[in-house]
Design a protein around this ligand. Structure first.
Ligand SMILES: Cc1ncc(COP(=O)(O)O)c(C=O)c1O
Length: 386
């Protein structure tokens, strides 16, 4: 039996065939070093990077593609944004569902620079409200950083309202779009997003080793890395021009070409269609799980849309054990544990036991949900004593 892959929130799989084809084309035809030479193959490699930048700019309503910088993943992009922006004495507001890729750089800067952090919690209905973030702002507040959607429950934050709030209070707004890039519409101008970090290997269907940071013109981040950029080589200092200032070292041309093909796939398929399909599968899963004795699901009321991921537990069973059984006996791939968000687990009350997470991608269908539900029914019968 083939694997039922329900771990798309970690990395999407399978990839559309055109992603593999684009990567093989680079390897076979022009895997020269982009931006390091004027010969035809180097120029072709440079153009491949620029093409992907242009596609991403189109996807996110970004005017200048050179304001997008390539990294290996969302974590690197978030580190560049957070550590390149915050100064000693700054105060930052964030949410209580953040991934460690936001929380750890912030906590590191708390120790190193003495920045202060306020974590805003959701209300009783488990949703976040823009007013609650506004309450946390102080005169030293410089940055609001939030995930667009929780990587534990799929709950979506009110990004447009938060962007307006930041504009009103003259704060910089950084959004971690790890669970929403390629899944929900994002327009940085309309949502007043100053910096947007996202991976290429999840909802954009690119390969692992790709991620990106958009930074608005007026924000001058301190680069995290210094080194060869292929431009202004005679200068001792890092170049001031973008994207070179923030892209030291040889780029992942193969991966970025694959990411470009992934973005084309997303644009052709349609973001709204992808989201509706993934949410329908997640909702169906939640509804079916709620009917099984001894199963507990997490997250806010089902009447409001989330992104396509589901967190649950079987009472009496360990989350890792459930994932292990799903993998070994049913060939169903899910992720158990803390999902790099102990904060998120604390917020939903699973900080002691973790949870099982099933996450859907565009290649999943209702049969995958049925397989998961039937497996969970059998496992819960074995474990749960009502
Ligand atoms: C909300 C969120 N932020 C950040 C990350 C980190 O992404 P990456 O693995 O590309 O560094 C993830 C990945 O799971 C995530 O879900």
């Amino acid at each position: 039996m083939s694997v039922t892959y329900l771990d798309n929130a970690a990395s999407s799989w399978p990839k559309p065939p055109q992603v593999k084809e684009a990567m093989i084309e680079v390897i076979d035809d022009y895997a020269a070093n982009p931006g390091r030479g004027g010969h035809a193959l180097a120029m072709k490699a440079s153009k491949a990077l620029f093409r992907t930048r242009v596609q991403l700019a189109r996807l996110f309503g970004i005017e200048n593609p050179n304001n997008l910088f390539f990294y290996q993943n969302a974590t690197q992009a978030l580190n560049q944004a957070i550590k390149g922006f915050l100064q000693p004495g700054d105060h930052v507001v964030t949410s209580s569902i953040e991934h460690n890729s936001v929380r750890r750089p912030l906590e590191y800067l708390r120790t190193k620079l003495g920045i202060e952090i306020t974590y805003v919690r959701p209300r009783e209905d488990q949703f976040f409200y823009a007013e609650d973030f506004a309450q946390a702002f102080r005169k030293e507040t410089k940055l609001l950083v939030v995930s667009h959607a929780s990587n534990l429950t799929g709950m979506i934050l009110p990004i447009k309202e938060l962007g307006e709030l930041c504009e009103h209070h003259r704060l910089t707004f950084l959004v971690d779009a790890s669970q929403t890039a390629g899944v929900l519409p994002i327009d940085v101008a309309d949502m007043k997003i100053d910096m947007l970090a996202f991976p290429g290997h999840k909802g954009l269907y690119g390969p692992q080793g790709t991620g990106c940071l958009f930074v608005r013109d007026e924000i001058n981040l301190e680069p995290l890395l210094h080194g060869g950029t292929g431009s202004q080589s005679e200068a001792i200092e890092q170049p001031t021009t973008r994207p070179d200032r923030y892209e030291s070292g040889t780029a992942n041309t193969v991966g970025i070409a694959g990411l470009g093909a992934g973005v084309s796939f997303v644009l052709e398929t349609g973001i709204e269609k992808i989201h509706q399909q993934e949410w329908a599968l997640a909702k169906m899963t939640l509804e079916e799980l709620m009917k099984i004795d001894g199963v507990k699901v997490y997250g806010p009321d089902l009447s409001i849309e989330r992104v396509g991921l589901v967190a649950f537990n079987i009472m009496g069973a360990d989350a890792s054990e459930i994932a292990f059984i799903l993998d070994q006996q049913y060939q169903i791939a899910v992720r158990a544990g803390y999902h790099c968000t102990p904060l998120g687990h604390e917020t939903v009350g699973t900080e002691k036991r973790g949870a099982v997470r099933a996450s859907f991608g565009v290649f999943n269908d209702e049969n995958d949900v049925r397989r998961l539900i039937s497996a969970i029914r059998e496992i819960s019968e074995a474990f749960y004593v009502g």
